[in-house]
Design a protein around this ligand. Structure first.
Ligand SMILES: *Cc1c(COP(=O)(O)O)cnc(C)c1O
Length: 228
């Protein structure tokens, strides 16, 4: 076992505890997802042995392959955090326990159509906090309509909102907009309380703003191998 990995995980968890304490928040309401993209499945096994139970992947093929390889590990929750393509919706649905990146009605429809009678899949509406319409996520103004659409699909369970902070703005300011989108989502579905925000560079700010699901990669895993 890689002791550096254990050390990095412990250091991040300590920073999460400190940020939660500073914000007056209960640690129980914060889930730390370790983003394992581009790393081999063996890293997920190491993390599991260190107590990690939530992992995140951003590419469908990689998610599908790792989940199949680690089929024996049952109590691990796989979060899909990448751009979802409608033609991959069936595969995403088959491998993910939660999909954070529902940013348009068509992808919600495709996830639903992939297995309409299945137990509900946890999904989040991804919000674009940048000015660039090419980035993933629905515009904040479009959140209520998309949330309403998702809420009408019986095989999806709307849990909340997700976003990535823009590179060129104070994360706290961007997360403030996300918080308003979370409020708008809760006005549609009362128990959609998840706020997925906070990465290596900005998770303390996300905790302060109310994030319930942190997606932390390199601070825990170390640098990512080159994308294959
Ligand atoms: C890669 C990724 C992360 C983790 O990024 P780090 O900066 O390594 O913590 C979080 N969220 C999404 C959507 C990602 O693609």
């Amino acid at each position: 076992m890689d002791t550096a990995l254990a050390d990095r995980l412990a250091a991040v968890d300590e920073r999460i505890r400190d940020a939660a304490r500073a914000a007056g928040r209960d640690l129980d309401e914060i889930t730390r997802i370790v983003v394992t993209k581009f790393h081999p499945a063996a890293l997920v096994t190491d993390l599991y042995e260190l107590g990690v139970r939530h992992v995140g992947e951003n590419r469908q093929q990689e998610l599908t392959a790792k989940r199949a390889e680690l089929d024996g590990i049952r109590d691990l929750t796989w979060h899909f955090i990448g751009q979802a393509q409608t033609n991959k919706a069936r595969a995403v649905r088959a491998s993910a326990d939660a999909v954070h990146s529902v940013d348009r009605a068509r992808i919600a429809d495709a996830l639903h159509a992939a297995d309409p009678d299945a137990a509900p899949l946890d999904v989040l509406v991804q919000v674009n906090l940048t000015d660039d319409p090419g980035r993933g996520g629905v515009d904040p103004d479009g959140v209520p309509a998309l949330a309403t659409h998702v809420a009408g699909l019986s095989s999806l369970r709307l849990r909340g909102v997700m976003a990535v902070a823009p590179l060129d703005e104070e994360p706290a300011r961007a997360f403030e907009r996300l918080r308003r989108c979370a409020d708008a989502t809760r006005a549609v579905v009362g128990d959609a309380t998840w706020i997925s925000a906070g990465m290596t560079g900005d998770f303390p700010e996300a905790i302060e703003m109310g994030a319930t699901h942190l997606r932390i990669g390199s601070a825990i895993t170390g640098p990512r191998p080159a994308r294959q």
